[in-house]
Design a protein. Structure first.
Length: 119
């Protein structure tokens, strides 16, 4: 099991994000990045876009996410697909950390197939 100290983790984005590549060599070329992230109260990921698709899987807390012009509340159990080149951001305005898993890939279909093979 992987553990980390939230007070020491960080990747910027006006938030606190812990990110690391947690996948095997078999996923290289399919998965660009896998991030375990969290935003504390008042933290926000800068609006940005990139050529990869992203999937946010919210695992704890509540917050808000924006994908292009759509603003939506998010909570544990929600899954949000961010298509490539879509402007997106997320923020947290409550006292509980908003925790999520972020998967970034150009090959979302290949990643889902590979994931299903492991279940």
């Amino acid at each position: 099991m992987m553990k980390f100290d939230k007070s020491k983790a960080g990747m910027g984005c006006d938030g606190t994000l812990f990110g690391t590549h947690l996948f095997s060599k078999e996923m290289v070329g399919i998965l660009d990045e896998l991030v375990w992230g969290f935003l504390r109260n008042g933290m926000k990921i800068h609006p940005h876009k990139h050529p990869q698709n992203e999937v946010y899987i919210f695992i704890k807390g509540e917050g808000t996410m924006q994908v292009d012009d759509e603003i939506m509340p998010v909570k544990d159990g929600d899954i949000i697909l961010v298509p490539s080149n879509s402007m997106h951001t997320a923020w947290n305005n409550i006292d509980t950390d908003l925790e999520f898993i972020l998967v970034r890939t150009r090959k979302i279909g290949s990643w889902i197939i590979k994931l299903m093979e492991t279940l």
